[in-house]
Design a protein around this ligand. Structure first.
Ligand code: A2R
Length: 317
């Protein structure tokens, strides 16, 4: 089976490529930009085929889809960082919405019957009221960031292309996911990186943090990519599925767990730059619809995820 991954140089895309290659029976194709950092996929050299493409450029997307003729597309390329979406809202909206539109249009115009998975996010739910926890797929969408809005638009565009053209578009909304290779701007990774830097003496022993009270529903990225594969295998086009552990933790507890893996003494300091203009206090997903459809459940304990993330930074530095 020919599988195309957009965003393969990223966190999730690189783990999905690992998963598919381990699974076997697939030819894995990926897109990269001319300026992409390739360190997440260096180990895949010779095992995957790469095409240069910017998803905002319809011509380049069309050319890739035409040459690969993928049976499945996992569309993971995005401006994926919520705080950056306030500084660069137009870039976030155009990459995420127009980029996806270019993929749908390419598949439609070439006349392929590709299964396309699109990676929505719990950020689409945004403001969640206490009586709406755990969050089901039917919860109102009240996004609180330009990123959240871009993901709602991606999600609805997926619905519209399914309805209008019968395209096989599978929509998931993943809650927080983390693990090795997570960008250093994301919370678990930024804590782990700072600890590794302090251990190596390249940073003063002060760990900068944002809002420690927020509760987030974390799943290991290696469980999430399995979920994406199962979604493409077993889920209904046009439908929407939450993917979550259902087990929220405070950011404080993430910090405490990571600190329990090190012997260095650190001072924890609030950094106003790490606070968001509007933040969601708690996210807890109800993923029973997805679990019933696919039999998926998270397998990697969160402590292991954090340990592996810290180990990743220790090796990388
Ligand atoms: O920055 P690059 O060149 O390494 O590529 C990133 C890619 N990307 C693009 N690819 C082609 N054309 C673009 N205009 C473009 N803009 C970004 O998306 C990288 O390979 C990927 C994003 O990787 P991460 O930031 O690590 O995101 P992550 O966590 O893997 O998220 C995957 C999906 C996204 O749709 C998120 O919004 C969702 O999961 O949560």
């Amino acid at each position: 089976m020919r599988v195309l991954i957009t965003g393969m140089t990223g966190f999730v895309g690189s783990h999905l490529a690992d998963y598919l290659l381990d699974k076997g029976d697939v030819e894995v194709y990926g897109i990269v930009r001319w300026r992409s950092q390739k360190e997440n996929i260096e180990h895949l050299e010779g095992k995957v085929k790469l095409f240069e493409c910017d998803i905002k450029d319809m011509t380049s997307v069309h050319d890739v889809v035409k040459s690969v003729k993928p049976e499945r597309i996992f569309h993971l390329a995005a401006q994926s960082f919520v705080p950056a979406s306030w500084n660069a809202p137009a870039e976030t909206l155009s990459t995420n919405i127009i980029g996806e539109l270019n993929i749908f249009e390419s598949v439609r115009q070439i006349g392929l019957d590709t299964i396309i998975h699109i990676a929505g996010s719990s950020e689409e739910y945004g403001l969640v009221k206490p009586d709406e926890i755990p969050i089901t797929e039917n919860n109102p969408l009240r996004p609180l960031s330009p990123y959240g809005v871009s993901k709602v638009a991606q999600d609805l565009l997926g619905y519209q292309y399914f309805k209008s053209y019968g395209m096989r578009i599978i929509r998931t909304r993943a809650f927080n996911h983390t693990g090795p290779r997570r960008g250093e701007v994301f919370v678990c990774s930024t804590f782990a990186k700072q600890i590794a830097e302090i251990e190596k003496g390249i940073k003063e022993p002060v760990l900068l943090v944002g809002n420690l009270e927020a509760e987030r529903d974390f799943t290991d990225v290696r469980d999430v990519v399995k979920a994406y594969w199962l979604a493409a295998e077993k889920c209904e086009p046009g439908e929407i599925y939450n993917i979550s552990s259902g087990n929220p933790r405070t950011i404080q507890s993430v910090l405490d767990t990571l600190l329990s893996f090190t012997d260095v003494k650190v001072e924890v300091k609030k950094d106003p730059a790490r606070m968001r203009p509007s933040d969601v206090p708690i996210l807890k997903g109800d993923s029973s619809k997805f679990r019933e459809k696919t039999g998926w459940k998270p397998e990697i304990p969160f402590e292991q995820t954090l340990k592996d993330t810290l180990e990743y930074w220790r090796e990388r530095l």
